[in-house]
Design a protein around this ligand. Structure first.
Ligand code: 5CA
Ligand code: ZN
Length: 409
């Protein structure tokens, strides 16, 4: 699949700092020291509805990861998937009486537009589940042939016991895993499974649902976790730097994915850090396509909201926090954007070198975007109060805010 166009990232004076970030698997901060090419996989959308503020907040977090690495003069190898065949997508298509492929195409196109408007840097490889199927089949066959997977009425399940490291991403106890498995796409109550948590790798063709030739697996479609693993291993290999997504993906999705990959390769770990963004809520409930309590990026854009203000609204919250979207959050962001634009509209101002270092320090410290915003606020306040005589300082600030925060002033 094609991704979306990249906005330019201005080069800044000096050099950025290495990223220290929270890793779910150790529940602590790790300093990542990638080679000249940093490798990141971020789980993409299931395209059955438009991009809401929760999605945007999660992609914003991983866009900051890229920007911190680019500022250290590294290249970034970024891979993202599109879950363009899965139960929720098929159910929505049936509900609305439309073709599932058309639905997926339409919503993926809208996602690209939203990402472009928000200046989120695109992945180098943007891969749909459907196009990944030829690569998924041999992985499932290999797991089955080595005894790490088994058949149940034509479906193939992964045996979590095959991975000695199973559980090391989310560190949850058995009861919590069982609960989350039932909530998030698993089927712990299906009789005949070796372990109630075992996830499906290949689902045999169901009446009225799309299916593909799975070779020795028979006609069917892939499970959710193996989809991301096949794409990640194909384009990044093992031991990549960051596996990213919202906190609702830590279990089962990232746990199972890591176990698939570790069992397939015999290597550990799949990723050096498992990074999870907090959940955005509306009216006290997690914003979710299934609950329907959504604020869409595209709707705000249609209402004439500047995408830079949407981005500032996201940046005002630490990526790990759970937070609530309100009209006030957006109003504050619009006001801040106005103050910043006024501050950079003059030819000179207070010195800006210190500010660039402050933004770098904030972001390299577990992506502390609110601290970065506070530093820019202080500069803008000084500009508004006393001005300054540093020629070109406003230009330096604009470029830093663009390069490191993705906000075009
Ligand atoms: N296609 C799968 C990943 S392979 C998926 O989870 N798709 S999604 O469309 O449901 O979510 C896309 C990304 O947005 C995921 O990282 C998910 O964790 C994140 N996300 C979903 N809802 C929220 C929310 N309310 N707040 C923050 N992030 C969210
Ligand atoms: Zn995924």
């Amino acid at each position: 699949m094609h991704a979306w166009p990249a906005s330019e990232v201005p080069a800044l004076p000096g050099k950025g700092r290495d990223l220290r970030i929270h890793d779910t698997s150790t529940d602590g901060l790790v300093t990542l020291a990638p080679g000249p090419v940093a490798r990141i996989y971020v789980c993409g959308i299931t395209p059955y509805d438009a991009t809401h503020m929760g999605h945007a907040a999660t992609y914003n977090a991983f866009d900051l990861v890229q920007r911190v690495w680019l500022d250290t003069k590294r290249q970034v190898h970024y891979v993202q998937n599109v879950t363009d065949v899965d139960d929720p997508l098929l159910e929505r298509a049936v509900r609305d009486g439309i073709d599932w492929e058309g639905l997926a195409e339409r919503e993926t196109a809208l996602f690209r537009e939203d990402m472009t408007a928000l200046r989120m840097l695109p992945p180098q490889h943007y891969i749909g589940a459907v196009e990944a199927i030829p690569g998924i089949v041999p992985l499932v066959e290999r797991l089955r042939d080595t005894g790490a997977a088994y058949e149940l009425d034509g479906d193939i399940y992964f045996s979590v016991e095959a991975d000695p490291h199973f559980g090391s991403v989310s560190n949850l106890d058995a009861a919590a895993m069982r609960l989350l498995s039932a909530e998030r796409g698993g089927d712990p109550d299906r009789p005949g499974k070796k372990n109630t948590l075992d996830p499906m790798l290949w689902m045999a063709a169901r009446e009225g649902e799309p299916s593909w030739d799975g070779g020795s697996l028979g006609q069917g479609r892939p499970g959710w976790h193996i989809e991301c693993v096949a794409i990640a291993l194909d384009h990044l290999g093992m031991g990549f730097d960051v596996q990213g997504g919202g906190s609702d993906l830590a279990f089962p999705h990232h746990e199972m994915g890591a176990s698939h990959a570790q069992t397939l390769t015999g290597e550990f770990p799949m990723a050096k850090a498992y990074v999870h963004a907090g959940m955005v809520a509306l009216d006290g409930e997690k914003m979710s396509k299934s609950k329907g309590n959504l604020v869409f990026v595209s709707q705000l854009r249609r209402d004439g909201v500047d995408p830079a203000a949407i981005r500032l609204a996201l940046l005002a919250h630490h990526y790990r926090a759970d937070w609530e979207w309100t009209d006030q959050v957006l109003a504050d962001a619009v006001a801040r954007l106005g103050r910043w634009r006024a501050a950079v509209s003059r030819p000179d101002g207070p010195p800006a070198e210190g500010l660039v270092e402050e933004i770098r320090a904030a972001l390299s410290n577990d992506l502390d975007a609110p601290a970065a915003l506070a530093a820019v606020d202080r500069w803008a306040e000084a500009q508004a109060a006393d001005g300054g005589s540093d020629e070109g300082a406003p230009g330096v600030v604009s470029r830093a805010v663009d390069a490191l925060l993705g906000v075009a002033l």
